[in-house]
Ligand binder design. Structure first.
Ligand SMILES: *Cc1c(COP(=O)(O)O)cnc(C)c1O
Length: 479
C-alpha cells in the first residue's frame, strides 16, 4: 500500500515513511492510494476472527491491509501488546452498553487516560518504539515529539510514550485552562522523557508555537521533531478497527446495517468511520455531532465550510470539540471531489487562505453526499448536554461525559427503525466533573487509580507564548 497527499503530490510513500510525519510536503494530508475492499466473504472472516480471537486479532487483520512494510509477525505482536485487558480495562476492549431500544454506547474510554484517544495513541507509542529501534540499530537516536493539547491528546500521548526508549515528549498546554483532573493527569507523571510546558496563552498560541518550530526546517531536522496530532494517518487507521468491532457486536449477521453517531471536533474520529464505510462495512448513517462550535454541522446542512476566528470559537462544556476548523476534514473532501488533488488544493489552500470559507452548495457531489457517503449531522448546546446527562442517568443508570452527551442528543434525532445506532463514548465523565456535578448534583465516579492525583507533586514548566523559548528548552534537554 502506498500513500499520497490530498493536494496532489503523488510521490509514493510507504506506511513507515509517513508514520512519523504530520502534513505532506505540499501541505496536504496523507491517504492510502485506495481503500481495500472488504467483500462478503472477507467480512464474514473478520467477524469470526473477532468472535474467536478478540480485538487485537481484528486490529491486526485490518491494519495489515494498510501496512506492508512491517513484517506480519511483528505487526501482530505490536497489536497484541497494545490491545490488552490490562491497558483497556476489559477483555472486549470496546464493550457496548445498551441504552433505550435501538441505541447503544460503544465504550472507547477505558484506556489509561479515560478518553478514546488512547485507542490510537497506545498503538502509536508501540509503533514509534518499534520503528525507531529498527532504524537506529543501536545508534541511540532520539525522536522529540512536540505537541499542543487542550486536554485529552496530551495526556493520551504522554501515557503512550512514557518510559519509551528513543522518545521524548514536549507537550504544550494553555496555562490554567485545562480541567483540574486533566492537569493532574499530565503533570503528575514523573517519567524523565515527559516534559510538560504550560504556555501563558490559549490553545491557539500553543498550536502556533508547534507550527513555528516545525516550520524551522533546520531546527526540525537537527532535533528530529515529530508530531502526534490528529492528522497523523496511523491514528486514524487505528480508529477504523473499532467501527468494525462495534458493528460485529451490535449485529448477528452481515446482512444487517448499523449507524454511528460521533462527537466531533477535528473530524478525526468520524473520518475513520468514513474509511470503514468506504471499505464496505455496512454503515447506514455516519452522524456528525458537534457542540456550539458547529463548523461541521453547518457544512453538512448547507454545503458551506467556514473557518471561525478565535472570537467566534466558543469555550464550551465539551471542550475537546472546541475547534475553529476541522483539521481532518480535507480527507473527506478529497474523496468527495473524486480524489482530485488540484480541486482540493483550490479549496483548502486557495479559497480558505483568501476567504476563510468555501461553498459546495451548488455542487452535485455535495448534494449527493448524504446518499453516497451516509453523512448526517446535528449540534448540541450546554442546556442539551445537561438535559441529556440527566436523562440517560435517570432512565438507564449510566453517567455519560459531556461529549458523549452531545452524541446521544444528536443520535436520538437520527434514529431509523431496524438500524441500531451506536454512539461512540469519547471520554469518561470524571474528566469533566464540573459539568457532571452541575447536571446531577454530585461528582462522577473516579477510577481507583486516579484517587488523589490532584495532590501528587507536579512536573511542569511555565513559559511565555514564545517559540524561541520552547526551542531553547528542547535544545537544553537534548544536550
Ligand atoms: C478529541 C475528542 C473529541 C473530538 O474528536 P475528533 O477526532 O477531533 O473529532 C471528542 N470527544 C473527546 C472526549 C475528545 O477527547
Amino acid at each position: 500500500m502506498r500513500y499520497l497527499s490530498t493536494r496532489g503530490d503523488a510521490t509514493p510513500r510507504k506506511f513507515c515513511d509517513i508514520l512519523l510525519e504530520g502534513l505532506a510536503p505540499d501541505g496536504g494530508l496523507y491517504l492510502p492510494e485506495h481503500y481495500p475492499r472488504i467483500d462478503a466473504a472477507r467480512l464474514a472472516a473478520l467477524r469470526r476472527v473477532h468472535a474467536s480471537q478478540g480485538y487485537a486479532a481484528l486490529a491486526f487483520e485490518i491494519l495489515g491491509l494498510y501496512i506492508d512494510d512491517i513484517p506480519a509477525a511483528d505487526l501482530k505482536a505490536i497489536c497484541e501488546k497494545t490491545y490488552t485487558a490490562e491497558v483497556f480495562g476489559t477483555r472486549e476492549i470496546v464493550p457496548l452498553k445498551k441504552l433505550e431500544e435501538g441505541l447503544v454506547l460503544e465504550a472507547l474510554s477505558n484506556g489509561p487516560t479515560l478518553a478514546f484517544k488512547d485507542m490510537a495513541m497506545q498503538l502509536l507509542g508501540n509503533l514509534f518504539e518499534y520503528e525507531l529501534a529498527r532504524r537506529n540499530e543501536g545508534k541511540g537516536e532520539q525522536l522529540n515529539i512536540l505537541g499542543a493539547t487542550s486536554g485529552d491528546t496530551g495526556s493520551a500521548a504522554e501515557y503512550a510514550m512514557r518510559g519509551k526508549r528513543g522518545i521524548r515528549v514536549f507537550m504544550l498546554s494553555p496555562h490554567g485552562r485545562m480541567s483540574p483532573f486533566q492537569q493532574a493527569q499530565m503533570f503528575s507523571l514523573q517519567d524523565a522523557n515527559i516534559h510538560n510546558i504550560a504556555v501563558e496563552g490559549v490553545f491557539d498560541d500553543c498550536q502556533d508555537i508547534v507550527k513555528a518550530v516545525s516550520n524551522d526546517l533546520a531546527f526540525k531536522r537537527q532535533y528530529k521533531i515529530g508530531t502526534v496530532n490528529s492528522i497523523n494517518w496511523a491514528r486514524l487507521l487505528a480508529q477504523v478497527v473499532y467501527y468494525f468491532a462495534g458493528y460485529f457486536e451490535a449485529t448477528k449477521s452481515d446482512n444487517e446495517k448499523v449507524s454511528f453517531t460521533v462527537p466531533s471536533g477535528n473530524f478525526g474520529n468520524v473520518c475513520a468511520g468514513h474509511v470503514a464505510r468506504q471499505m464496505g462495512l455496512p454503515i447506514a448513517q455516519l452522524v456528525v455531532a458537534t457542540n456550539e462550535n458547529d463548523v461541521l454541522d453547518e457544512f453538512f446542512r448547507t454545503g458551506v465550510y467556514r473557518v471561525r476566528g478565535s472570537a467566534d470559537t466558543h469555550e464550551t462544556s465539551s471542550p475537546s470539540m472546541d475547534i475553529s476548523k476541522a483539521s481532518n476534514f480535507e480527507r473527506f473532501v478529497f474523496d468527495l471531489l473524486g480524489r482530485d488533488g488540484i480541486a482540493t488544493r483550490a479549496l483548502f489552500h486557495d479559497a480558505l487562505g483568501r476567504d476563510g470559507r468555501f461553498d459546495l452548495s451548488g455542487d452535485t457531489r455535495f448534494a449527493n453526499a448524504a446518499a453516497r457517503y451516509g453523512f448526517a449531522s446535528g449540534k448540541s448546546t450546554h442546556a442539551d448536554r445537561l438535559a441529556t446527562i440527566r436523562d440517560v442517568h435517570q432512565r438507564h443508570g449510566v453517567t455519560i461525559d459531556t461529549h458523549t452527551a452531545d452524541g446521544v442528543k444528536v443520535a436520538r434525532e437520527h434514529l431509523q427503525p431496524g438500524v441500531p445506532m451506536i454512539v461512540l463514548e469519547t471520554a469518561l465523565p470524571i474528566k469533566f466533573a464540573a459539568t457532571i456535578t452541575e447536571a446531577l448534583g454530585r461528582e462522577p465516579e473516579r477510577p481507583a487509580r486516579f484517587i488523589g492525583i490532584e495532590d501528587l507533586p507536579k512536573r511542569v514548566q511555565v513559559l511565555p507564548a514564545d517559540a524561541a523559548r520552547v526551542k531553547t528548552l528542547i535544545a537544553q534537554e537534548c544536550e
